[in-house]
Design a protein. Structure first.
Length: 238
């Protein structure tokens, strides 16, 4: 069985070592970097499956590092920060992070979130070279007007143009697209995509919806695909 590699980027050695101990005990291969520049070097040299990324760091902070990572990779990114204000969370999510954990955190909670992100990421990107793995079944390709979503290959196209989505953005889009016409509240989206109880997470969902619209829509203010049902939630119409 392949061993997933997790990159922990944090300028506090105690935090890096603590996370490393818990992840190693779970059977993961752990890489540790003290800042964003060192972390990006590790990404270039290794096959990394998930990044745990602190926001406040010297040389290259987490926000800048996240933006650099998203230029070429769709690996899950979980951001860490001592700040808990909504604006800090929104900034992290807007730059492409998939989840956000506030310091001080419970290591077992972080491990649970890492496992959740990895399950979805590995499922969406799983190929083993067999004909079954590379054959796309028709029901796994969803077409809505000019939007085409290939579930097994994690590919999205609009008007024939490739759209790069984070694993979390893809999960939200898949949920809405598989249920055309069904209105999902922010609470329901969070519970189904994040696989955990909804708790003051409305802004998190809203930021991801906004990011999706920025990537999918010609005019995000007049969305063609992800519609808002005011006071209720979001839907995609067939």
């Amino acid at each position: 069985m392949a061993q997933e590699t997790i990159l922990v980027i944090d300028d506090e050695k105690e935090i890096r070592d603590l996370i490393g101990i818990y992840l190693t005990n779970e059977g993961y291969h752990v890489l540790k970097a003290a800042d964003g520049i060192e972390g990006l070097q590790y990404l270039e040299e290794n096959n990394v499956h998930l990044v745990v990324l602190d926001i406040m760091m010297p040389r290259l902070d987490g926000i800048q590092a996240c933006m650099k990572i998203r230029e070429s990779r769709n690996v899950p990114i979980i951001m860490l920060s001592a700040k808990s204000q909504d604006m800090d969370k929104i900034m992290g999510l807007t730059t492409g992070a998939d989840d956000y954990v506030t310091k001080p955190f419970q290591p077992l909670e972080l491990v649970a979130r890492i496992k959740s992100q990895l399950r979805r990421y590995l499922r969406l990107n799983q190929t083993d070279g067999s004909p079954q793995a590379t054959t796309v079944q028709q029901q796994d390709v969803i077409s809505i007007d000019e939007l085409v979503i290939n579930i097994p290959t994690h590919e999205v196209k609009v008007d024939g143009k490739d759209i790069k989505l984070t694993p979390r953005e893809f999960a939200i889009l898949e949920l809405l697209a598989r249920n055309p016409g069904v209105v999902f509240s922010t609470e329901k989206i969070y519970e189904q995509v994040w696989n955990e109880p909804f708790y003051e997470s409305e802004n998190t969902v809203m930021v991801h919806i906004r990011n999706l619209r920025e990537k999918l829509e010609n005019n995000p203010r007049k969305p063609r695909y992800i519609k808002t049902v005011w006071g209720v939630g979001y839907k995609i119409e067939q």
